[in-house]
Design a protein around this ligand. Structure first.
Ligand code: C5P
Length: 250
């Protein structure tokens, strides 16, 4: 069972995906972390962000891994923990070059499908999960919120991580990312036509999670998940543990 949650930055999709997955007892995949870690690798190695062949080669060879942690996915690059670093404004300001690369997107989508196949069930979130990566997902959501609200949430997160950043910088970065995410030629941010849209502007995270779980329940997916778990509890557990959810490239 694959449940996709797409939407712009600050729409609440990452937290919602994590909490919905925890309620369902299945893993979640933060695909933004993949674009972020490739961005960090490109910045560190001085790769020309306009060089499509070099970016694709970097995405193919970069040694990064994603491991589920208690609060969010822990990410390593060349064995080094970069979980915090990939959330920095420096990375925020450059992800759009990586996200616009057709070669990188193709590789990361292949990786996401491999992970999905291995896990069997997951909640996956990003910009293109219900459109390009998993068009046949059982249930798709699209979260959105007013840009001022999204900027407020991101500012809060960045300051909590110790970043010295102004509200204006965050708003401008979000507006720029919205524009490039929606305007790029490959896999632009679009609401999948068959997605359930949730405006989170005036909702708490708990309300967003309850709304999503309500839809999952009404779609009959809770029973399916329970059946799948009792039929293959041990194999699902093996897949969700260490190597199953580890996205390692070498
Ligand atoms: O979701 P998050 O803000 O962490 O994503 C970082 C960036 O990665 C986004 O601004 C977007 O450009 C890109 N992205 C993408 N496709 C995804 C997930 C993220 O293009 N599925």
């Amino acid at each position: 069972m694959t449940i996709t949650i797409d939407g712009p930055a600050g729409s609440g999709k990452s937290t919602a995906a994590r909490k919905v997955a925890a309620r369902l007892g299945i893993p979640y995949l933060d695909t933004g972390a993949m674009y972020r870690v490739v961005t960090l690798a490109a910045l560190e190695r001085g790769v020309d962000l306009g060089d499509e062949a070099a970016l694709t080669e970097l995405a193919r060879t970069a040694d990064f891994a994603l491991d589920p942690g208690p609060t969010h996915i822990r990410v390593t690059l060349d064995g080094r923990d970069v979980t915090e670093e990939i959330r920095s404004m420096r990375v925020n300001d450059h992800t759009r070059f990586i996200a616009a690369s057709p070669g990188v997107r193709k590789l990361l989508i292949e990786k996401q499908r491999e992970i999905g196949a291995r896990l069997g069930s997951m909640v996956t979130e990003g910009r293109d999960q219900g459109t390009a990566a998993f068009p046949d997902a059982e249930l798709k959501f699209f979260l959105d919120a007013a840009i001022e609200k999204r900027a407020e949430r991101r500012l809060h997160e960045l300051r909590a991580d110790g970043e010295e950043v102004t509200a204006q910088q965050v708003l401008e970065n979000l507006a720029e990312r919205d524009r490039t995410d929606a305007g790029r030629a490959v896999a632009p941010l679009r609401r999948p036509p068959d997605a359930i849209e949730i405006d989170t502007t005036h909702l708490s995270i708990g309300e967003v999670v309850d709304t999503i779980i309500g839809h999952i329940e009404r779609a009959g997916l809770l029973e399916r998940r329970a059946d799948a778990r009792s039929a293959g509890a041990s194999s699902a557990q093996a897949a969700a543990g260490g190597a199953g959810h580890r996205d390692s490239k070498s």
